[in-house]
Design a protein around this ligand. Sequence first.
Ligand SMILES: [Zn+2]
Ligand SMILES: [Zn+2]
Ligand SMILES: [Zn+2]
Length: 167
Amino acid sequence: MTQSDDTPDAGLAFAQHDHSHCAEDVLARAETLARERGARLTPVRRRTLEILLESHQALGAYDVLDRLAADGFGNQPPVAYRALEFLAELGLVHRIRRLNAFAACMHPGQAHQPAFLICRACKMVAEAAGETVRAALDRAAHEAGFRIERSNIEALGLCTACQERGA
Ligand SMILES: [Zn+2]
Ligand SMILES: [Zn+2]
Ligand SMILES: [Zn+2]
């Protein structure tokens, strides 16, 4: 276990950092997870994950498709959708509903309930610890006699760099 396994560091995504290190670490953990679950990271699935891991930016399915097509994986939308769905199901990729996009999970194989912090200017996404937000939501739902089946906690705003740029 590396140090980054302890708590999700949401600030990292928005800070200057050695992202290649970040991406390598996550990719290695993703491979382990896939192996443990007996899931196959086919070339197109692996490439899709690598594309999303190039930065902390969320990408739409069509952006991913363009990249896959450039790499010779074909230009039919299902190519991208199937790979993204597979990765999302395995927990390697998160759907960012507000942007209708996908972001690589930075904590594959770790139990976490992310609250997504989404920069509206640069589409950078960070995963903050959302456990307490979720617990509050569960409580409120329970009081209303409501049973939550799925929920997505997303906040839209500006990252540090974009605030400084005056976006
Ligand atoms: Zn990074
Ligand atoms: Zn995650
Ligand atoms: Zn930003």
